[in-house]
Design a protein around this ligand. Sequence first.
Ligand SMILES: Cc1ncc(COP(=O)(O)O)c(C=O)c1O
Length: 396
Amino acid sequence: MEFRRIGNIPPYVFAVVDSLKMEERRRGEDVIDLGFGNPDIPSPDIAVEKLCEAARNSKNHRYSSSRGIPKLRKAITDLYARNFGVDLDPEREAIVTIGAKEGLAHLMWVLAEPGDGVIVPSPSYPIHLFAPNLAGARVTQVELGPHVEDFFVALQQAYERSWPRARAIITSFPHNPTTYSVDKGFFERLVEFAKKNDVFLVHDFAYADIYFDGYRPPSLLEVPGAKDVGVELYTLTKSFSMPGWRVGFVLGNPEMIAALQKLKSYLDYGTFQPIQIASIVTMNEAPDYPKVVRDLYKVRRDVLCDGLERIAWSGVERPKGTMFVWAPIPEQYRHLGSVEFSVRLVKQAKVAVSPGVGFGPEGDGFVRFALVENEQRIGQGLRGIKRAFDANLALP
Ligand SMILES: Cc1ncc(COP(=O)(O)O)c(C=O)c1O
């Protein structure tokens, strides 16, 4: 049987490492899992309490509103005013989505028609590439990584060589997996460029609150006029450590939001209302939780980066944002490629990481560590890596 729409999506590379990890665990091995970026930090207590309370009220068992209940849209626009000084109209400039991923995927359906050009960085978080692909768009990829001096120039060049000329540009900073970060000047140039060339901007701001060392990632919407050309996705997944709750937002350009709203009104009835209610209370009453989350990731980042340095895994940049470390594969193992290298790390070091090639061919010289285990376990993982390196990563 042939299913053409999904026919050109490759199998998930991460599944290789994941199934090996499961195999090792079945054999009784304790594998440190720094592969899948699935946050382990508990969601705020207040979210759980409100969810339970709201779930007991049968009024909340009915279909909810596909674009999100008004108080939730107000809570996110208040958060944007507080955190970024951005003024948004909760009626026209905010819509609730079932996580950022769903928002992005359906947004691409409305923004790109089959054959339209879309520019996406490479490597990239898989949905950034496959959302436009699934919409039938032609994707032009722009290389991104620690060696890239000025990503804006690279984007501009990609636009010049793209045909058909891109209708949309997808960005996401701090970036998963490369952790590449930008300043507000980048968005100022991008907005000016989008206006001049009539392109839509879609900025996935999943790591809005996960930043370190005095760096603060800017919101696209901080740039005056950004709303004329673009939208931004914000999610409770990382900021409030609420991955399973599936609460995200698309914010900014009212026409793009109205279009998404129209599509979604056919597709879903919104997130379960008790989850929406718990999200409102969380954003309003636990505004400092993102700092708790951020501080935990910072400690883990330092344990991992210090440890990698100690075991002579060199060239690893300490990220300014995200919950990842993007590490170039040590020279002597680079010829293995990122999948084989990751396979050997699971088998020899009992550490699971994501092979960089899973994010695109440009990622093949790297692996991604997700900071989703505590410091002690990261320490255990580092000892495992050292042992494996001492044995030259040789397979038994
Ligand atoms: C860049 C990026 N966007 C979106 C997501 C997922 O967000 P959500 O859980 O809101 O769908 C992730 C999760 O890893 C991510 O890295």
